[in-house]
Write a protein that binds this ligand. Structure first.
Ligand code: PMP
Length: 320
C-alpha cells in the first residue's frame, strides 16, 4: 500500500514541476466531471429590469442531498450559498444577457473518503436570450447507470461520464442530445435534461425512479401544466412510445424546454401545440412577463448597482 505523500516533483504539461505548482483549473473537464456534486442554475433578466435567479433554494437543497449521498460535507448555509452566488453574478452580469452558473462542491481532500474536505466553487457564464432551438434526438446504446451503482439521483460530475459517451455517439448521428435508457430498457432521461412526451393530449414524463434526475424544472413545468389545464402524468415510458409520440421535448434548467424536431432520424409532426405552449409559458414565467407562484426568484440589486464588467476569459457558449 502506497501512503499518501507529497513528493517534490510531478510530471505535468510536458515537464517536471514542483508538487505545489502542479495545478488544474477548477473549470477543466477532469475536475468538472470528477468527484464533486453540483447544481446548474439559471438567472434571467426580468421584465421589470431586475435580474432573478430561479429556484435557488431548491438547487441548494438538491446539492445537499447529493452531497449527503456521497458523504461529502457541505459547510455552507443557504444564506452563504445564496450570497456567494449573487455576489459572483452581480460582478459578471451584462445587460441583455442571461446567465447560467455552476455551483460545485469539489472534494479537495480525503483519501478514499477518509477526512473528506470540500470547497464550494461557483462559475458563471453568459447566455444569449434566445428561445431554445428544436433538436434532433436519438437513443443511445449507452445506459443510465443503476441506483445500486451510480444513482441518477446524485448530481455528481462523475455521473456525466455516460452522458459524454452518449453525446459523442449522438454527434456522429447528427443528434444534439441522446436518450439514455435504464436497466429495464425504458426511457430514463437525456444526457442533460428530462424528457417530455405527449400522447393524445397528455404530457408524460418518467418518474425519477426510472433513472432520471429529480428535476426542478420538471416540477415547475408540472405546476404550469396544472394551471393551464394540461394533463401531466409521471409514469414509465417505453422506448417505442417515443417513436409514436405526438410531441416531444427536453426539460431542464439549462436546456429550458426545447422541442424535438426529429427522433431516431424520423421527423416529428410539425405542430407541437401543447409543448410549444408550455415552452412559451415557462419562458414568460422565468422572465417575469407572466409570473407564476411555482417560480421563486432570488433577485440581484437594481441594475444601476452593477459594475457590468466582462470576466477575463469568460466563455462564449455555456458548457453543461
Ligand atoms: N437530467 C439531467 C441528467 C440533468 O443534467 C439535468 C439538468 N440539471 C436535468 C435532468 C434537469 O434537472 P433540472 O430541471 O433540475 O435542471
Amino acid at each position: 500500500m502506497v501512503e499518501l505523500q507529497q513528493p517534490k516533483f510531478v510530471y505535468m504539461g510536458g515537464k517536471l514541476r514542483l508538487w505545489e505548482d502542479a495545478k488544474l483549473h477548477v473549470g477543466c473537464e477532469a475536475l468538472t466531471r470528477g468527484l464533486n456534486v453540483y447544481e446548474g442554475i439559471k438567472g434571467y433578466w426580468q421584465s421589470d429590469g431586475r435580474f432573478g435567479i430561479v429556484m435557488l433554494r431548491r438547487h441548494y437543497e438538491r446539492l445537499r442531498r447529493s452531497a449527503r449521498l456521497l458523504y461529502i460535507p457541505c459547510e455552507w448555509t443557504y444564506q452563504e450559498y445564496e450570497s456567494a452566488t449573487l455576489e459572483l453574478i452581480t460582478q459578471l452580469v451584462q445587460p441583455d444577457r442571461d446567465m447560467w452558473a455552476r455551483t460545485t462542491l469539489f472534494v479537495v481532500e480525503g483519501h478514499w473518503g477518509e477526512g473528506t474536505v470540500a470547497d464550494l466553487v461557483i462559475t458563471a457564464y453568459h447566455q444569449d436570450k434566445q428561445p431554445p432551438q428544436a433538436i434532433n434526438l436519438g437513443v443511445s446504446t449507452w445506459r443510465r447507470s443503476v441506483d445500486v451503482a451510480l444513482p441518477a439521483r446524485i448530481k455528481t460530475g462523475t455521473n456525466y461520464q455516460v452522458g459524454r459517451l452518449a453525446r459523442i455517439e449522438g454527434r456522429a448521428r447528427g443528434c444534439q442530445d441522446m436518450v439514455l435508457l435504464n436497466q429495464w430498457g425504458r426511457v430514463a432521461e437525456t444526457t442533460g435534461a428530462c424528457i417530455l412526451m405527449v400522447r393524445d393530449g397528455v404530457v408524460y414524463t418518467p418518474p425519477a425512479t426510472e433513472g432520471a434526475l429529480e428535476s426542478i424544472t420538471l416540477d415547475v413545468v408540472e405546476a404550469l401544466a396544472n394551471s393551464m389545464g394540461i394533463p401531466f402524468v409521471r409514469r414509465p415510458i417505453d422506448r417505442t412510445e417515443l417513436l409514436i409520440a405526438d410531441e416531444m421535448a427536453l426539460c431542464g434548467t439549462l436546456a429550458e424546454l426545447p422541442l424535438v424536431k426529429s427522433f431516431e432520424g424520423q421527423p416529428m409532426s410539425e405542430s407541437a401545440l401543447i409543448l410549444e405552449a408550455l415552452q412559451t409559458r415557462l419562458l414568460n414565467a422565468v422572465r417575469g412577463i407572466d409570473p407564476h407562484p411555482a417560480i421563486e426568484l432570488s433577485l440581484l440589486p437594481a441594475p444601476g448597482v452593477f459594475k457590468c464588467r466582462e470576466a477575463a476569459g469568460s466563455a462564449l457558449s455555456v458548457p453543461s
